[in-house]
Design a protein around this ligand. Sequence first.
Ligand code: SF4
Length: 405
Amino acid sequence: MYKIETTDLMKKIMGEYFLSLESSKKKIAWCTSVGPAELLRSFGFEVYFPENHGALLGATRTAMDFIPEAIKCGYSGHVCSYTTADIGAYLKKESPLQSHYKMEGIPKPDIIAYNTNQCREVEDWFTFYADEFNCPIVGIQPPRHLDEVTQDEVDLVVKQFKKMIPVCEEVSGVKFDLESFKAVIKLSKEATLLWQKVLKTSIAQNAPLSFFDGTIHMGPIVVLRGTQIAKDYYTTLLAELEEKVKNDEGFLPKATIRIFWEGMPIWGKLRMMSDLFTSNNAAVVASTYCSSWVFDKFDENDPWNSTARAYTEIFINRSEKAKMKMLADWFLEYKIDGIVYHDTKTCFNNSNAKFGMPQRLKDLTGVPSLIIEGDLCDLRFFSEGQSITKVETFIEQLNDSKVFN
Ligand code: SF4
């Protein structure tokens, strides 16, 4: 039975992270998952990520109990189901954090920060809470869908980052300290580069980490980047995975096909989807989703520019042209035979199959594609039977027409 031993450590540190949000005397900042966490940490805030809570609601399949509460409040059932599930859970005063970690519920924010580099939805979502908690809110609104990120865009984002400082100082009671900011960026950079190496271990023919494993092991890089804990965690995980590569030990030794996953995970069906691919000898070895927390431009010696650039040039914030180039490079790097696009019903922003990209990318790379419909949290938009048939047929076709051999 294949096992990644470091998973136990991951569960432990994630548990400690959640409990520290409740027990710590520090002030709490809420932040978007690809938001200005480093700047917030430099003021000594504990940082909580509502999207991580949304994923938890999806993975525990409780989201659908809560989405109707948000709909009653005027939110459409077709907008981001992280948003509707999270707001619904808040309105019902329920959370998996209560049953999993015996917490009272989600922590109350002292300040809320967002970055619309991923979507405008986060602004609406976080503003709801700013009103609820009567709490200061700060936002970064970078230019979007860029072919290239030039110094002009970086300058603009740097200005917005700097505008956060007086608000953070007032809420935290701590004066901004450039050296503290640099120290957090350094830790973030080290953790994110380790995470990148973790993902790249699956370039190995016998890949040690599947996309589905990656969605679990990415927890610390989302919620603990900028801390020594995250750096230590990925050091341990990388050592284990490198050892597995050395010993030719992978999660699917008989894999005949290597798949790239594009788009959001279907959180409530991770196990089912993982079993579906492995039982058909197809290894899902890479994804845009897990790669979204690789910020390889962080540089503590150029803190403002590098942070602004790293957060602005993420995949989701790029033009189709830039995305296709990134995907084509990943296909070569990971020797991909086929790509599965998850066309996520309630996340337009992280679905790239709506405007013809699958066909254009196939013309460019020769890599065939499959589109499956579903959702990150709302399983009403996912048909298990239809997806199984589609995936099995796709894998059969791929076995007949492999691109890389
Ligand atoms: S990127 Fe998609 S899933 Fe994430 S917060 Fe925005 S709309 Fe929701």
